[in-house]
Design a protein around this ligand. Structure first.
Ligand code: FDA
Length: 385
């Protein structure tokens, strides 16, 4: 097989690299994907009932990055959608992130202003100068009462361990609002693709220069790949270097349990968290976010697990030091034209916009003669694609 560019993985990272090399540089690109579909973890599809669902968990698009916002418009129209999350606590539903409404509902208070909320929070938080673990991070952000009602058990379910044993970084950015703002994300742009994410990937990869091989594990065919200029690897970095070290980076995963009902809506919001009851962490109802009208509805319950696809890197000292070793190896591979891009190759949780930005940045770094700002003009992309 001869191609100019080989891309392993067809998620955001792989599809962006493939699209750019095919369209901007007219390169012949081979995309290798071990799953039976493109789109990586953003993949969505119509289930047997005809409802659009995400196979790998809810995906809400949000960004402050103008380039990424421009780029994604080349491949889809977008529906404004401001995401909100509710948490089921003590039999009531309260907004997450914590805001004035959350506190009023949970503690039967009547806070009305930012100043009152700041004063209330000041009575709650525990001053810890350098939080040593996630429990201390949370206590210093929100105090004991909110921590125990909203975050403690959720984190235990999510990571299968006490927050006091987890790195401070996991809970050190719990957002707390001192106003009534109910939005989950505060980014400038928040939207959902009008026809789902998979359509975006179909369009990105539809360029005649791109060949896609599904159901193909790179490691099974790598010896047949010859004479390429560059290879971009978006899979798990530890697997790429498995001959150099048998040590594996660990990930937390999720098991999704889908259920379809013969009525239009199951719950009042797209996402409801269950920190203190049940084994699942949350229930997602897709119709709310995709805006689909349908007499039936599908939900997904999310059960954290150690088995399954790699989703959330476990940022322990051991894993970070092991990743440091792989990162050094990865830098050496670039001399052979092999580059590592995306969340699995960076052992880092990327939001979708960060994954787009990471791949676009690499493409423009490797091709500095190109002007990123002009190249991402979506009217131009659309007229060429
Ligand atoms: P991604 O994992 O998507 O793609 C990698 C691809 O490589 C996969 O298709 C895989 O099969 C393939 N591959 C791996 N090894 C291979 C091999 N050996 N041979 C061939 N192919 C191989 N972000 C956000 O902004 N808002 C949100 O709401 C969410 N929600 C969310 C929920 C859950 C449960 C998760 C896990 C993640 C999110 N995200 C998110 C993050 C989002 O999913 C993420 O940013 C992108 O999927 C990253 O795209 P990548 O291409 O880097 O990886």
């Amino acid at each position: 097989m001869t191609h100019d560019i080989v891309v392993v993985g067809s998620g955001i990272s792989g599809a962006t690299i493939a699209q750019r090399y095919a369209q901007v540089l007219n390169k012949k690109v081979l995309v290798i994907e071990k799953r039976n579909h493109i789109g990586g973890n953003c993949y969505d599809f119509y289930n047997d009932a005809g409802i659009l669902v995400s196979k790998y968990g809810a995906h809400l698009f949000h960004t402050n990055d103008e380039c990424v916002w421009k780029y994604v418009h080349a491949f889809s129209s977008w529906r404004p959608y401001v995401h909100t999350v509710l948490s089921s606590v003590d039999g009531i539903l309260v907004p997450i992130p914590v805001n004035i409404t959350t506190v009023n509902l949970l503690f039967n208070l009547h806070i009305q202003t930012e100043t009152e909320m700041q004063q209330w929070l000041a009575t709650q938080v525990i001053t810890i100068d350098h939080p040593a673990n996630s429990e201390e991070s949370a206590l210093s952000r929100v105090g004991k009462a909110l921590y125990e009602k909203l975050f403690k058990n959720y984190t235990i379910k999510q990571w299968n361990t006490s927050p006091s044993l987890l790195s401070a970084s996991i809970l050190d950015r719990i957002p707390v609002r001192t106003n009534f703002d109910p939005r989950y994300f505060s980014d400038k742009y928040q939207a959902m693709p009008l026809f789902g994410y998979t359509k975006i990937f179909e369009k990105m990869l539809s360029h005649p220069n791109i060949t896609i091989k599904l159901n193909t594990d790179y490691f099974h065919i790598k010896d047949s790949l010859k004479n390429f200029e560059k290879l971009f690897f978006t899979g798990p970095i530890d697997l790429y270097f498995q001959k150099k070290s048998a040590k594996k980076l660990s990930y937390r995963s999720l098991r999704f349990e889908f259920e379809t009902f013969d009525f239009p809506y199951y719950q009042v919001n797209s996402v409801i968290n269950y920190p203190n009851d049940y084994k699942f962490t949350r229930i997602v109802e897709f119709k709310h976010m995709y805006g689909q009208k349908h007499p039936k509805t599908t939900i997904s319950k999310e059960y954290p697990t150690w088995d399954g696809d790699p989703y959330y890197p476990v940022l322990s000292k051991e894993n970070l030091s092991l990743y440091g070793f792989y990162k050094t190896q990865a830098a050496l591979e670039s001399k052979k034209g092999v580059y590592f891009v995306g969340r699995l190759a960076n052992y880092k949780y990327f939001n979708m916009d960060q994954a787009f930005a990471n791949a676009l940045n690499l493409f423009y770094q490797l091709n500095p003669h190109l002007d990123k700002t002009k190249g991402l003009d979506y009217n131009k992309i659309q007229s060429k694609a």
